[in-house]
Design a protein around this ligand. Structure first.
Ligand SMILES: Cc1cc2nc3c(=O)[nH]c(=O)nc-3n(C[C@H](O)[C@H](O)[C@H](O)COP(=O)(O)O)c2cc1C
Length: 174
């Protein structure tokens, strides 16, 4: 099984990338690829730029990564109660090439933030919209108060209850 994991963040120290990297490690016997959104940076989408640029190679490559995967694990960063601009931009470009961006793949959605809601607004937005864009949602979890519940040195969820919940939700991909 090929698992594609990424955070919807272009921060080089993304806490969502840390979470999704740990979550991906919980599945045994799985071939994991972790993407960095910085490798798929595109100009700010507009219909005018689309006329100039057509279908950007990086957007096609990103869609191909999804096509090649058997399952997706995505952790949503939250900016101003919504998706990050970095994710929305890549997503918009991709959606013009393939409306079903998630291409029917079994998908688990996560989120985290330093705040008590753990990026739940971005996660809720994704849960609402992703099925329309081809996601076969198998489960979701928001990890609140990242700094209290994640051990960044060990790279693991330090809160036992949340760790159990994460293991259960990730196992739904198998
Ligand atoms: C522009 C901006 C807006 C933010 N808005 C929110 C927010 O609405 N809710 C929240 O929980 N955290 C918010 N944060 C804090 C982020 O959750 C925090 O920066 C987190 O590290 C982002 O995830 P990442 O490290 O994976 O990029 C915001 C941060 C920035 C820079």
């Amino acid at each position: 099984m090929k698992l594609l994991a990424f955070a919807t963040s272009n921060s080089r120290s993304s806490i969502n990338k840390q979470l999704v990297t740990y979550a991906a490690s919980l599945l045994e016997g799985v071939d994991v690829e972790i993407l960095d959104l910085n490798d798929y940076e595109l100009p700010l989408f507009s219909v005018d730029r689309e006329r100039e640029l057509g279908q950007p190679e990086l957007a096609k490559q990103f869609l191909q990564k999804i096509a090649d995967a058997d399952a997706l694990l995505i952790s949503f960063a939250e900016h101003n109660m919504s998706f990050t601009a970095a994710w929305k931009n890549l997503y918009d470009w991709c959606s013009r090439i393939e409306t079903k961006v998630y291409q029917g793949k079994p998908t688990v959605l996560l989120s985290t933030s330093p705040g008590g809601r753990g990026g739940a607004n971005a996660l809720e937005a994704a849960l609402k919209s992703a099925p329309r864009f081809g996601a076969d949602i198998r489960g979701s979890l928001s990890l609140p108060s990242f700094n209290d519940n994640f051990d960044t040195e060990a790279g693991v969820v330090s809160n036992p209850e949340l760790d159990t919940q994460l293991k259960e939700v990730v196992a739904s991909l198998k």
